[in-house]
Design a binder for this molecule. Structure first.
Ligand code: GDP
Length: 356
C-alpha cells in the first residue's frame, strides 16, 4: 500500500507523533492478522458514514480505510552530501509515496531547537534544500545520458526535455511538487521532490487558536496541505476514555483529534479516495486511486472481480440514508447501474455484479 514518509529536524516531535500514530487499538481489533512493521504507523481514516451504514445494514463490524506513515529516522542536514546515514535517509524517502514533514511551532524553553530558535520557514527550507540538492545530483548524472539517447531516438526527447525543465526549477531552489511539474515523464528518474508533500505543524495552544497564524503557515506551504496538531496532546488523548478525550479537545478548542485530520490529509495527499460496501457482515471503506473506474474499484476487493466485471449497482450514501434502506432506495429509482467506464465518486455505496 502507499505510504507517507515522516521527516523533520531533530526535536520537532516526530517520535511523539509517531508513537501516537502506532498506538491505536482500532486496527489491532479490526485487522487481527495484519502484520504491522515497527517503523510503520497505520491509522484508520475516520468516516462517520460507516457507522450509519452499519445501522442500515445491521452490519457486525466496521472496517475503515487506513493510511500508512513510515518513520524515516536519520540525519537531515547534509543528507545530499552522501555518506552513510544521509544515503539511507534519502533511500527511505525514495521508497515513500509522499513526504510528511513535521514542523515545530510549539514554544517550550525545555526543548532545544537544533538551530537555536523556532523558525518554521527555515525548517521547511532546510529539508526542501536537501531533497532539491539530491534531485539535482540525480539529474546531473541523467541528463548527459538522456541527451545521448535523444540524439538517436526521437521518442526519448520528451524525457530529456522534462529532465531539463526539472533542473531549471530545482536550480531556483523550488521542489518539483511546488512547481506543479507533471511527474509522469520524470518517473523513470525516481526523483524525490516530485512526490507530494504534506506538512504537520506541531503546535501549542497559542498557535492552534490563532487563525491568522495558521493561515500564514498554510499559505507558506501551499499547494501542500497543512495539518495543525499538538503531538503531546494527541499522545495523551489515546490514554483517555471518550468523554475525557472530548473534554481535553474542547479545552484546546478542537472538535476532533489532530490524528483524524492527519489521516484525511495523508489520504488525499496520496491521491486516494474510498468507496463503500455494506452488508450484514461488515460496513467497509475500500481504498482506490482518485479517478479509478468501476472495474478497477472491483479489483481492489478481488482481482477476479475486475476481470469478470459486468456492472456496478451504485447508490450515493446521502440518497441511501434519505431512503432509509437499500430496497427503499431501489423503489425510489436511486440505485444506478454503472458500466465499465464509470468513474467512482466519493460516497458511492456499491455492489458489484461479476462473472467468476
Ligand atoms: P523528534 O526528535 O522530532 O523525534 O522529537 P521528539 O518527539 O523526541 O520530541 C522532542 C521533545 O519535544 C520531547 O521532549 C517531547 O516531549 C517534546 N514535544 C514533542 N511534541 C511536543 C509538543 O507538541 N509540545 C511540547 N511542549 N513539547 C513537545
Amino acid at each position: 500500500s502507499l505510504t507517507l514518509g515522516i521527516v523533520g529536524l531533530p526535536n520537532v516531535g516526530k517520535s511523539t507523533l509517531f508513537n501516537a500514530l502506532t498506538r491505536n487499538d482500532v486496527l489491532a481489533a479490526n485487522y487481527p492478522f495484519a502484520t504491522i512493521e515497527p517503523n510503520v504507523g497505520v491509522v484508520p481514516l475516520p468516516d462517520a458514514r460507516l457507522g450509519k451504514l452499519a445501522e442500515i445494514f445491521t452490519s457486525d463490524k466496521i472496517l475503515p480505510a487506513t493510511v500508512s506513515f513510515v518513520d524515516i529516522a536519520g540525519i537531515v542536514k547534509g543528507a545530499s552530501e552522501g555518506a552513510g546515514l544521509g544515503n539511507k535517509f534519502l533511500a527511505n524517502i525514495r521508497e515513500s509515496d509522499a513526504i510528511c514533514q513535521v514542523v515545530r511551532v510549539f514554544d517550550d524553553p525545555d526543548v532545544v531547537h537544533v538551530d537555536g530558535r523556532i523558525d518554521a520557514a527555515s525548517d521547511i527550507e532546510t529539508i526542501a534544500t536537501e531533497l532539491v540538492l539530491a534531485d539535482l545530483q540525480t539529474l546531473e548524472r541523467a541528463i548527459p545520458r538522456l541527451e545521448k539517447e535523444a540524439r538517436t531516438h526521437k521518442d526519448r526527447r520528451p524525457a530529456l526535455e522534462a529532465a531539463q525543465q526539472a533542473q531549471a526549477v530545482l536550480n531556483e531552489g523550488r521542489t518539483l511538487f511546488q512547481a506543479g511539474l507533471d511527474p509522469a515523464p520524470l518517473r523513470e528518474l525516481t526523483l524525490l521532490t516530485t512526490k507530494p508533500f504534506l506538512y504537520v505543524f506541531n503546535a501549542d495552544e497559542a498557535v492552534l487558536s490563532d487563525d491568522a497564524r495558521r493561515k500564514e503557515l498554510a499559505d507558506l506551504v501551499a499547494p501542500a496541505q497543512a495539518v495543525f496538531l499538538d503531538a503531546k496532546v494527541e499522545a495523551e488523548l489515546l490514554e483517555l476514555d471518550d468523554e475525557s478525550a472530548a473534554e481535553l479537545l474542547a479545552s484546546i478548542g478542537q472538535d476532533e483529534p489532530g490524528l483524524a485530520q492527519l489521516a484525511r490529509a495523508g489520504f488525499s495527499t496520496l491521491g486516494l479516495q474510498t468507496y463503500l460496501t455494506a452488508g450484514p457482515k461488515e460496513a467497509r471503506a475500500w481504498t482506490i486511486p482518485q479517478g479509478a473506474t468501476a472495474p478497477q474499484a472491483a479489483g481492489v476487493i478481488h482481482t477476479d472481480f475486475e476481470r469478470g466485471f459486468i456492472k456496478a449497482e451504485i447508490v450515493s450514501f446521502d440518497e441511501l440514508v434519505a431512503a432509509g434502506s437499500m430496497n427503499a432506495a431501489k423503489s425510489a429509482g436511486k440505485v444506478r447501474m454503472e458500466g465499465k467506464d464509470y468513474v467512482m465518486q466519493d460516497g458511492d455505496v456499491v455492489e458489484f455484479r461479476f462473472n467468476v
